[in-house]
Design a protein around this ligand. Structure first.
Ligand SMILES: [Zn+2]
Length: 227
């Protein structure tokens, strides 16, 4: 008995784990889901873009460092994140404040300065910019830039573009540092048609012997199925 079709995986270094769709009788090897994998990174970026869309953001906020420390080093990145955290906590306490956000890192090719671009959902369209800049300055950051978002799809695309640019041209010094962050809870819905194969559940008749041996020989990874 067969009739199962293996779909080609996009990953260059797939894991020995399978996602199976019992309704469509298809299965696919689960990808490594790493940014440096050319096959996976494109889809990973697309998923991040879809999650960013779920934020329904109304402001695009660009964070930068003060003029004397913009170089893309690990130390400066941590400094920028630390300052951002202080300001974000302050934002969250305000009546017009921040409800949710997602950010991506950008180092910029020309001057190589560090930025964080944030899609932000504020409770209000009206923000007290002067007060905000004072708080930002007190937190040790450079001036932050606000642009209203009129079309969420455009903004999410814009941020995804920064992310692919950073992947392609980003500085080596920041390798291994996080490329993006999203307020918890903004995950894509799981597709219930897809199941990951656990060793005990493998329909052995569905696969080639070599594949079965491969699947049985490795522990289960907690990887979400493709959607
Ligand atoms: Zn991969």
């Amino acid at each position: 008995m067969n009739g199962w079709t293996e779909l080609p995986t996009r990953c260059l270094n797939p894991r020995p784990v399978f996602a199976v769709n019992r309704h469509k009788h298809v299965y696919v090897r689960v990808g490594c889901d790493r940014w440096h994998c050319k096959g996976c990174s494109k889809w990973k970026a697309r998923r991040v873009q879809r999650r960013m869309l779920m934020l329904d953001a109304n402001w695009l906020v660009t964070w930068s460092l003060p003029p004397d420390r913009g170089e893309p080093t690990r130390e400066n990145l941590r400094y920028l994140h630390a300052g951002k955290r202080v300001v974000v906590r302050w934002f969250q306490r305000q009546p017009w404040g921040l409800e949710r956000f997602g950010w991506v890192r950008e180092t910029g090719t020309e001057g190589g300065r560090l930025h964080l671009h944030m899609l932000a959902k504020f409770r209000s369209r009206f923000l007290p910019f002067k007060r905000i800049q004072k708080v930002v300055k007190a937190a040790g950051l450079g001036v932050i830039d606000f642009e209203p978002i009129w079309r969420a799809a455009d903004a999410a695309r814009y941020v995804a573009k920064y992310m692919s640019k950073e992947l392609a041209e980003g500085v080596k010094e920041l390798a291994g540092e996080r490329l993006f962050g999203i307020t918890p809870g903004h995950n894509l819905p799981k597709n219930p048609d897809w199941k990951l194969l656990r060793p005990g559940e493998i329909p052995v008749w569905a696969f080639q012997p070599s594949t079965i041996a491969l699947v049985l020989s490795v522990p289960m990874y907690a990887i979400p199925p493709p959607v």
